[in-house]
Design a protein around this ligand. Sequence first.
Ligand code: NAP
Length: 437
Amino acid sequence: MPLQIAIVGSGPAGCFIAELLSRKIEDCQIDIIERLPSLFGLVRAGVAPDHQGTKNVTRQFEKTLEKDNIRVLANLNVGPDISYDELKSCYDLVVIATGASEDRMLNIPGEDSAGVYGSSHFVGWYNGHPASHQNPPELKGPSVAIIGHGNVALDIARLLAKTSNERAETDICAPAMSQLDNSEVSDIYLIGRGTPEQSKFTPPELAELKALSAAVPVISNTRIPETPSSDLDPREARAKQMNLDLFREFAENASNPVLTAGKTRIHLLFNHSPVAVASENGRIKSLKLKHQAEQASDELALPVDTLISAIGYRSREISSVPFDTQQGRIQHENGLIEPGVYATGWCRRGPNGVIPTNRADALEISKRILADLDSGQISAGKSGRVAMDNLIEAKQLKVLSYQDWKTIDQAEQDRAQGNKPREKFLTEAEMLQVLSS
Ligand code: NAP
């Protein structure tokens, strides 16, 4: 009797664990449950649309999803459609791999003003996520501030600073493309609370700022050390050194008016924390910043028209699944939520690392699952797919298969114009419409 497995989430974490379990457990049937009609989670909605090479990891995921012992149940939301208890009653083994798709709050006064967005919402908007398009951001005026010195902040700054030509081969969805092409943005502030050495940028992504045709990264009034601290491990020290070298180049740019003339300026500010947002007629007017090392009176009011906080993510709570509200992740012990239920990826360890980090994570969890199978803590016996199909039928849910997704996927590619790889559908209804036409 095959072991009946449900994996919740079709992003990198879900696809990696599916691939490992389908190979390592001799007799098993896996259902991958995805709340949207579209697949691949972070790869579709989070990875920058000008990083199509990174998005190509979906080809590897497709091979996994085409395996005989794996099927996809998309457009099925665990919580509202199928409860956590129902899920556990159907499957011998459940793995939650729902990532971290919610924005963390800055928790400063004025954060609720119009023109203030979290990075998940903003990135989801240009990446065509249906949730972001229910209330799309409005880019107004010349000045944008981005809080956070991580790679998500860099992605946003780069996409704002690119020209129409530089965005032409991306899959930025049409309404976002039109707003970006018509925006008046000329000054982008990347604001970090730490020192240059403490920033979380990775060097290749930081170096991409140098390659922009109509924008220049600049740093003013900041002492940039020649070398990083001596207590770092060699790999980290090398990366920090590369960042510091790039920062020094950016500082030279600031003193070269010929270089910056007529270009969008990407200002990197260090050692500053956001304190409050001031608004006029409900929309952000300026951002109050405090220098980390100075007195409260030394606050700086930066005039900004749009503010985006790129300070990391929280996982989405699923009704009845134990949740650590402080950390914003699923509650677990080394990946175990309760007997027979595990977590992997960002919902387990928080939003850090690159896509392959989730493979390492999935490998660790798969080893734990195999050990628990060996010791008899997990065993086959539940009716899995049969019980799930009965529930879906009883509740009259419109659940999509992998083939349905491939039809939507092809329709998005077919309607793309110019050099765009695809034109995404922006609502669940539009995706479902493709299947009924
Ligand atoms: P991140 O790398 O953790 O950076 C978050 C930034 O927000 C840090 O600078 C952090 O400062 C700052 N921050 C946190 N709370 C703050 C607060 N209350 N006030 C002010 N600043 C605050 O997160 P991320 O940029 O969201 O990226 C998530 C993960 O995805 C990372 O591992 C990243 O490398 C990865 N990613 C990779 C790529 C790529 O490889 N191309 C692209 C995008 C994302 P502190 O350091 O002081 O905490």
